[in-house]
Design a protein. Structure first.
Length: 312
């Protein structure tokens, strides 16, 4: 029996802190993934957001393409079907998506790296609903990072001033029904995430698989009240691979299930663009020498990776 990825109640961070931090850290060291429940984001808020996202993706193709900004790396607005391609994959992913970024003053020093959001005129309530979900997930991500900081041996608030203007992204995704058999593409090819941590809210069907340290693909279909939170490559680099960014994918379901659309909404939590990703000294040891002698800014790393997945 393959050991399963743990799901933890984040309310224990307030009531049973040491045990929660130990269990969360152990899950991330082993899997790079954990389920988080007790997060306080109302199911109604999540359901309403999904209803709006489904309405947007149901719009005509020419309407959606009004919000596509070529050459932007998909930073904001709409990215059409057949663009994003997992690193080293021959085949594009079977998905289309929308990007919501942080709302910042346009005279901010980060304005060039973080463009203004686009909002679909056809769905007036999209902005309030999508950005409300963005803020809720941003707050939850900060709590997870506080617990992880303690496990790493850092101050609880270590990440606070390094992510308060983070270039984080909310990405509603639509995987359309698959109408042909034996296609080589997957809904999302095997990949690791770029950012610090990813929070995945309300995946509407199974399909997510996580690669174990033994090389086995382990399905992870969370309960409706659970948000899946995984480590990204920036945090893996910062921690010298002590906390791994685990390969995962979204597989095409068998038979008639493939004829159903799939929706999911990850939130990619990023550091501030000028944060320097430099290996933490506490994660370097004789058994684990530094893998990254040269530091890199979060923005520099992001641009490097976007080119690899054909978004730049």
């Amino acid at each position: 029996m393959t050991s399963q990825i743990p799901t933890l109640d984040i309310r224990r961070f307030d009531t049973d802190r040491d045990a929660f931090v130990a269990e969360l850290g152990a899950a991330y060291r082993e899997w790079g993934f954990a389920g988080i429940r007790g997060h306080g984001i109302p199911a109604e808020q999540i359901d309403q957001s999904y209803d709006l996202f489904k309405r947007f993706f149901a719009l005509p193709e020419e309407t959606k393409r009004k919000y596509h900004v070529p050459g932007s790396g998909g930073a904001r607005g709409y990215t059409p079907f057949g663009v994003e391609t997992a690193k080293d994959s021959k085949h594009f992913d079977l998905k289309e998506f929308w990007h919501v970024g942080r709302e910042i003053p346009r005279d901010s020093k980060y304005a060039e790296a973080m463009p203004a959001n686009l909002w679909p005129d056809e769905i007036p309530e999209f902005r309030e609903q999508a950005y409300g979900l963005y803020q809720a997930l941003d707050n939850l991500g900060s709590r997870v990072l506080s617990a992880l900081a303690l496990h790493i041996g850092l101050p609880e608030n270590y990440f606070a001033d390094k992510t308060d203007s983070g270039n984080s992204i909310l990405r509603p995704i639509h995987y359309p029904p698959i109408t042909a058999d034996n296609i080589p593409n997957e809904r999302a090819g095997a990949h690791e995430d770029i950012n610090l941590i990813t929070l995945l809210v309300g995946a509407s069907s199974e399909g997510l698989e996580v690669k174990s340290r033994k090389g086995e693909w382990v399905p992870f279909t969370a309960d409706a009240d659970t948000i899946v939170v995984n480590i990204g490559d920036m945090l893996q680099r910062l921690t010298n691979h002590v906390y791994p960014s685990t390969t995962h994918r979204v597989v095409n379901p068998p038979g008639e299930k493939a004829r159903q659309p799939r929706y999911s909404t990850p939130f990619f939590l990023h550091p501030n663009p000028d944060f320097l990703i430099d290996v933490l000294p506490s994660t370097i040891s004789a058994d684990n020498p530094s893998r990254y002698p040269e530091p890199i800014t979060a923005q520099g790393y992001l641009e490097e990776r976007l080119r690899e997945i054909k978004l730049k």
